[in-house]
Ligand binder design. Structure first.
Ligand code: SF4
Length: 368
C-alpha cells in the first residue's frame, strides 16, 4: 500500500507567510500542467516498477488545488486508476481555499471522487486574515464548510495557524471556538514558522512586526490540547487533532514510513530509504516531461543514522510514540523524562506527554 501526493502549484496570490512553491497564472498553465501530471504518472508506473502499485491515499495539495475543475480532478484520478491500483476505499483529499470555491464546485469535486476536504481557514479573526494575506474572509470559511456538508462531504478538516505576530491567547481562542462551532472532523493547528523567504518573516526580522513570544506560543499549544481533547478530539500528532475515525491517513503514511510518490513541481517522494524530489519550477517541470524526462531535481539516500533520527523524530511527534527497541541504549534518559512529566513508558513504547511535545525536536536529537 502506498500514497500519491499531487502538488498543484497555483495560487490566486501569494500569502505573506507562505514559502511553498506556487505561481499566480493558473489559467495559462492548467491544460498543459494536467497533461504533464498524467505523463509523470505514466512514467513512474513504467520506470519505478518497485513502487507499490496499490494506492490507499491520494492527496491534492499545494498551492491551491481548489482552483482545479471537476474535469481536471477526474482526469488525474483516472490516470492514477489506469496505471496504479486505486483502492476502492482510498482516502482522496483535497486542500481547499475558502476564497476559491462555490457549492457547485464542491459538488463537482465530490462527483470526481474527492472524499476528504482540508480547508485552509488559518484564522477566524479578520485582522489576522489580513496580516496573513489570505484572500478570504471568516464568513467565507463558514460558507465553505456548510457548502461542503451540503455537497455530501462527511470528512472535513480545518487548518489554523497560531503564534502570529501580536496574536494573544484570547485571539487564538476566538479562532478555535469559531472552528468548533462548525464541527469539523479534523483540525490541524500549525505554529507559524518564518524565515526571510516570506514577507511575514522579513517583517518580523526587520522589526516591522512583533516577534511571536515563545511562552505565549507554548500557552496557546497547551490550551489547544486541553480544549480540543476535552470536546472529544484525539491529539494524534503534534499539530493534528481528529474525531474518532477521522485521522488523516495520507499524513499518517508520512509519519510511519509508508512509500509515497510526489507528483508536480517541488513534490517530494519517499521509497525504501530514498527520498527524491522534483524541480521547483513549473516551466522546467512541464518541459522535462514533454521531452520524456522525469522532472527530478535531486535525491538523497538516508544513512542508517538518518533513518534512526527520522523514525525517532516522527515517532515522538505521534501519539503512539516510539518503540523502546530503537532507544534501548537511552533508558536512563527516558526514566528522567518520565520523572519530569515529559514522557511516559507504556509497555514497549515511549510516548511524549503534551508538555513533551513542546520539546519534541530537541528530545529527538537527544535520543538519537
Ligand atoms: S494559498 Fe496556501 S499555498 Fe497559496 S500562497 Fe497561500 S498559504 Fe501558500
Amino acid at each position: 500500500m502506498s500514497g500519491i501526493y499531487i502538488h498543484i502549484p497555483f495560487c490566486v496570490q501569494k500569502c505573506n507567510y507562505c514559502d511553498f512553491y506556487s505561481v499566480a497564472d493558473a489559467e495559462k498553465h492548467l491544460p498543459f500542467f494536467i497533461q504533464s501530471v498524467l505523463n509523470e504518472i505514466r512514467f513512474y508506473s513504467q520506470q519505478l516498477p518497485i513502487f507499490p502499485k496499490k494506492i490507499r491515499t491520494v492527496f491534492f495539495g499545494g498551492g491551491t488545488p481548489s482552483l482545479l475543475s471537476e474535469l481536471d480532478i477526474s482526469a488525474i484520478l483516472n490516470g492514477i486508476q489506469k496505471y496504479f491500483e486505486l483502492d476502492v476505499n482510498a482516502e482522496i483529499s483535497l486542500e481547499a481555499n475558502p476564497g476559491t470555491i462555490s457549492i457547485e464546485h464542491l459538488k463537482g469535486f465530490s462527483r470526481a471522487g474527492i472524499n476528504r476536504l482540508s480547508i485552509g481557514a488559518q484564522s477566524f479573526v479578520s485582522d489576522e486574515l489580513e496580516l496573513l494575506g489570505r484572500i478570504h474572509s471568516r464568513d467565507d470559511i463558514t460558507t465553505t464548510v456548510k457548502g461542503a456538508r451540503s455537497a455530501g462531504f462527511n470528512n472535513i478538516g480545518l487548518d489554523l495557524i497560531f503564534g502570529l505576530p501580536g496574536q494573544t491567547l484570547e485571539d487564538w481562542q476566538v479562532s478555535i471556538h469559531r472552528a468548533l462551532e462548525l464541527e469539523p472532523d479534523h483540525i490541524s493547528t500549525y505554529a507559524l514558522t518564518w524565515s526571510n523567504a516570506t514577507q511575514t518573516g522579513r517583517d518580523i526580522e526587520s522589526g516591522t512586526l512583533p516577534k511571536p513570544e515563545e511562552d505565549v506560543i507554548s500557552e496557546m499549544f497547551l490550551w489547544t490540547d486541553e480544549i480540543l481533547t476535552e470536546v472529544g478530539y484525539l491529539h494524534y500528532e503534534i499539530s493534528n487533532f481528529a474525531k474518532s475515525g477521522f485521522t488523516c491517513q495520507h499524513n499518517e503514511s508520512y509519519w510511519n514510513g509508508t512509500p509515497y510518490l510526489g507528483l508536480g513541481p517541488s513534490a517530494h517522494s519517499y521509497l525504501d530509504g530514498k527520498r527524491f524530489w522534483n524541480v521547483s519550477s513549473i516551466d522546467q517541470y512541464m518541459e522535462k516531461l514533454k521531452v520524456g524526462e522525469l522532472p527530478r531535481e535531486s535525491e538523497e539516500i538516508l544513512t542508517p543514522e538518518q533513518k534512526r533520527l527520522e523514525s525517532i523524530s516522527l515517532g515522538l511527534r505521534h501519539y503512539t510514540g516510539i518503540s523502546l527497541s530503537i532507544v534501548k541504549d537511552k533508558m536512563d534518559e527516558l526514566y528522567q523524562l518520565e520523572t519530569k512529566g515529559l514522557g511516559k513508558i507504556q509497555k514497549d513504547r515511549f510516548i511524549l506527554t503534551v508538555k513533551g511535545f513542546l520539546l519534541a525536536d530537541e528530545l529527538a536529537i537527544r535520543l538519537a
